[in-house]
Design a protein around this ligand. Structure first.
Ligand SMILES: N[C@@H](CCC(=O)N[C@@H](CS)C(=O)NCC(=O)O)C(=O)O
Length: 267
């Protein structure tokens, strides 16, 4: 049976878990601790030292959550989570790319300045922090994380991150106003990719950012977040870690929520 390495609270792992649950795919999940990500054993599976990693039946490892999502959809039986129409399929791929390249990085900015910052006692834990940064493939996202963890709420990246997330919500509103889903008239891998970001925003207490002014997004998220698969994602996450994550945003919640309501769009 394939094995999926996850940290259940992590956004990228939740993308794979959500797809796996929706698809009813027989995959064994293995919860790992952050320390394990830096071990040679795990690096042999995932050179970047991040989750998720899927190890297939023949022992080959697959990394990158969006690649894993597509593999799970195509390798397991059950209704496809990808549109048949090539044009819709391209739109779905674009959503997945935007999640990876932009929306996730926007979220990382605010979670690095709060939650990830709360995990490291600097300067005592400089070596551990350096090891986490070393895992970053992309130089820009590495710089961004370092700045956000070191400077917390004073990081110059925070307005950018909030603006990206505000832009994401507006883009969702425009898309789901058409037929109630991001692409076409049913749930696709676009939803599988973006749901963990929406869930994290909800966990942070930011739902008013769409509930007050984005009715199509509110209706879309209501039907999506009500799915048993999404509830399962919440139940699977470590309670204590989730509590710490939510608690870490507390001092900035009002300020962030205001910005999500009104930040100018990121270029
Ligand atoms: N582009 C990668 C990003 C993976 C990633 O950054 N995963 C994060 C969790 S969302 C991680 O494992 N971070 C390491 C850590 O938290 O120490 C993917 O989509 O799979």
């Amino acid at each position: 049976m394939p094995k999926l390495y996850v940290m259940h609270h992590s956004t990228c792992a939740r993308k794979a878990l959500f797809t796996m649950i929706e698809k009813g795919a027989s995959i064994e999940t293995i919860e790992v601790q952050r320390d394990y990500l830096a071990t040679p054993e795990y690096r042999a599976l995932n050179p970047e030292g991040v989750v998720p990693t899927l190890v297939r039946d023949d022992g080959r490892a697959l990394t990158e959550s969006s690649v894993i999502l597509r593999y799970i959809d195509e390798a397991f039986p059950g209704p496809s989570l990808q549109p048949d129409d090539p044009s819709d399929r391209a739109d779905m791929t674009l959503w997945m790319k935007l999640v990876d390249d932009k929306f996730f990085i926007g979220l990382v900015t605010i979670s690095s300045a709060t939650f990830i910052r709360s995990l490291f006692r600097l300067p005592e834990q400089e070596p551990e922090f350096a090891a986490m940064l070393d895992a970053m493939v992309d130089y820009q996202s590495r710089r961004l994380r370092e700045d956000a963890v070191r400077n917390g709420l004073a990081s110059g990246y925070i307005p950018w991150g909030l603006s990206v997330l505000r832009g994401m919500l507006q883009r969702i509103e425009a898309a789901v106003s058409q037929k109630g889903w991001l692409v076409g008239d049913r749930m696709t891998l676009a939803e599988c990719a973006i749901t963990p970001i929406m869930l994290r925003l909800e966990e942070f207490g930011f739902a008013p950012a769409w509930e007050e002014s984005l009715p199509a997004t509110t209706a879309w998220w209501k039907k999506l977040s009500g799915r048993p698969s999404v509830r399962q994602l919440v139940e699977l996450a470590d309670r204590q870690l989730l509590g710490q994550l939510v608690g870490s945003i507390e001092p900035a919640r009002g300020q962030f929520l205001d910005a999500l309501r009104s930040a100018p769009l990121a270029a």
